[in-house]
Design a protein around this ligand. Structure first.
Ligand code: B12
Ligand code: SF4
Length: 517
């Protein structure tokens, strides 16, 4: 059977890296089937396009995975596939919580023939076999013989054949730049960011997050050897094709067990398996100097930190009191001293937020080493404790916000400000962090570092800008480049002064894919 795994585009930015679930399910598909992957962020497709694709390519089963924000598009695509006479299985965090919605049992129309609940590593082979036999069930649950939920141990972990998988659709470099970039030193013919997991689960249970509910509070790790081998495979592929591959460790908290993380990092260093990587780590775990030393030595370049708020009362409200705003600056300095920088994520519209929260947060940010601040709104995702609390309090203004997804729009009323005020705060955060002046300041803040770091933060900032400000299409990109011409010229002058090789950025970890437009 020919199987299509499809991930819908998010309609706002072009994701900078593909989703791991597709590669994982491809690797877990029983032998004898062909599996094709299409990521809508890399290969835009509409309903008509997918229906044509499944007909022309004789697809026998389509698997669709989506987060809540992409679910409306996922349902539309699923409807088109089913109308073309092909069965659809859906999985991922949204349908796990809202299976009845996907199956049309909540009074709405049916979108999926089957739904895979939770982690599907062990149910996927069964789903494929049932699809071949024509006996697909409505719901697949990861349970043992006694009906108890069973989480995959991750030991053993399937080998993802990164040396063979076609990755053309995920090259982040604009096509026009391939020939000149190939000529700058070795290895810039392609640039890809690849998702790798080293473990699953997070016990912290922050109120707004689906992770503790979905993956459970029991943390599971792959063996160090299996992770190191995957990195070696990726490194070899990058070398062979004269390109760059960076890794995003998608673990929710890469250092949740510090002892184990240190041992993994030591093994990466010992095996010379370093590639440039990004990982998500909570600020409290970055107090450990030895951990930060190992991160830098093992190839870590950017750490994503869910800071959420600079107000301890807000953090306590959402059960994230382990974040201590007073130590954010110290943690970021500790990273920056090792040339590791941070993507700092903030949520506005929290219950103790008042107008002016963006400016108060920006004031703090300006005192930190330059990084990539991102700002979002408090969002009640289905089945989270936050959703339940707001629903019980009658505060949800759009209880099914995912059915009409609007980026950067609240779905409930905050307590100490209006919805419009919360939206304004987010706009202020983005506008002040990604204006040409702010970008130039961030670049200048690294004047004492080699030029590569300045180019890196410049590319990163310009790309991250596209998360909030529309930056899809050639014209929008041209406008951004023109607005930032002062910094670009400055960097070119510095590059010509210091030699071209010094100008090659270490790693850019942002949605550069938008540049392909
Ligand atoms: C990496 C990541 C990202 C990456 C991008 C995604 C990517 N390209 O990988 C980045 C950093 C950009 C990102 C951004 C966001 N993310 Co995110 N992200 C993750 C993260 C940490 C890992 C995803 C992953 O690969 N997991 C590992 C794989 C193996 O798990 P999985 O995807 O769930 O797949 C398993 C099952 O779900 C199932 N499955 C999944 N799909 C399918 C399909 C079929 C057919 C089948 C059978 C099974 C199946 O099988 C898989 C194997 O068991 C998750 C948290 C997490 N641990 O999953 C959050 C998570 C997915 N993100 C989340 C959110 C909310 C966001 C943002 C909206 C945050 C924000 N406020 O901006 C943005 C939106 C981005 C956008 N514009 O699209 C939420 C989604 C919750 C929800 N209900 O939708 C999660 C769960 C985290 C959370 N806090 O709750 N994210
Ligand atoms: S620490 Fe991060 S992954 Fe863990 S529950 Fe909190 S927000 Fe979710």
């Amino acid at each position: 059977m020919k199987i299509l795994l499809y991930n819908p585009d998010n309609g706002v930015t072009r994701n900078f890296m593909p989703h791991l679930w597709m590669f994982l399910l491809q690797a877990l598909t029983p032998p004898g089937h062909e599996v094709v992957l299409i990521d809508g962020n890399a290969q835009p497709m509409d309903e008509e396009g997918i229906a044509r694709y499944v007909r022309e390519n004789n697809i026998g089963l389509v698997g669709i995975g989506a987060m809540t924000r992409m679910i409306a598009k996922a349902y539309r695509m699923a409807d088109a596939v089913r109308a073309a006479g092909v069965k659809v299985v859906m999985g991922g965090p949204h349908v796990t919580e809202m299976a009845d919605e996907a199956l049309g049992r909540d009074g709405g129309s049916r979108h999926a023939d089957a739904v895979a609940l939770g982690e599907a590593d062990e149910t996927w082979p069964r789903i494929v076999e049932d699809a071949v036999r024509g006996t697909l069930k409505d719901v697949y649950e990861p349970v043992d013989d006694f009906g108890q939920e069973r989480k995959p141990s991750l030991q053993p972990y399937p080998e993802i054949p990164w040396d063979k998988i076609k990755l053309d659709q995920f090259n982040l470099l604009p096509r026009a730049l391939h020939p000149p970039l190939k000529r700058i030193g070795a290895g810039w013919g392609t640039f890809r960011i690849v998702p790798v997991e080293s473990g699953r689960g997070c016990p912290y249970g922050c109120e707004f997050c689906t992770v503790t509910g979905f993956f459970g509070d029991s943390i599971r790790f792959r063996t160090n050897e299996s992770v190191v081998n995957e990195l070696l495979l990726l490194k070899a592929r990058a070398k062979e094709e004269g390109g760059q591959i960076a890794v995003f460790f998608i673990d929710d908290n890469f250092a949740i067990n510090v002892k184990r993380t240190k041992s993994l990092l030591r093994d990466i260093i010992a095996a010379n398996a370093q590639v440039h990587w990004v990982a998500q780590i909570s600020a409290n775990l970055l107090r450990d100097e030895e951990l930060v030393d190992l991160i830098a030595a093992a190839g870590g370049k950017w750490i994503f930190i869910g800071m959420e708020s600079i107000d301890p009362a807000n953090l306590a409200d959402v059960k994230k009191g382990f974040n201590k705003p007073g130590e954010y600056g110290v943690v970021l300095d500790r990273l920056a001293r090792r040339n590791v920088f941070a993507i700092t994520s903030f949520i506005f519209g929290m219950d103790n937020d008042t107008p002016g929260v963006a400016e108060r947060t920006l004031k703090e940010i300006r005192s930190w080493p330059p990084g990539l601040p991102i700002f979002g709104l408090m969002t009640p995702l289905p089945a989270t404790p936050l959703y339940k609390r707001l629903e019980a309090a009658g505060r949800l203004t759009r209880p099914k916000h995912w059915q009409e997804f609007i980026p950067f729009a609240m779905a409930h009323t905050p307590l100490k400000m209006s919805i419009d005020e919360a939206h304004d705060e987010v706009r202020i955060g983005w506008a002040n962090s990604y204006s040409p002046e702010a970008i130039e300041k961030a670049v200048d803040a690294l004047n004492h570092k080699p030029l590569g770091y300045r180019i890196n933060i410049f590319i990163a900032r310009v790309c991250f800008r596209g998360i909030y400000f529309s930056q899809m299409g050639r014209l929008a990109w041209l406008k951004t480049i023109l607005e930032n011409r002062r910094t670009i010229l400055k960097l070119i002058r510095q590059g010509l002064g210091g030699g071209l090789h010094a100008a090659v950025p270490t790693v850019a970890t942002q949605p550069v894919s938008e540049q392909r437009q």
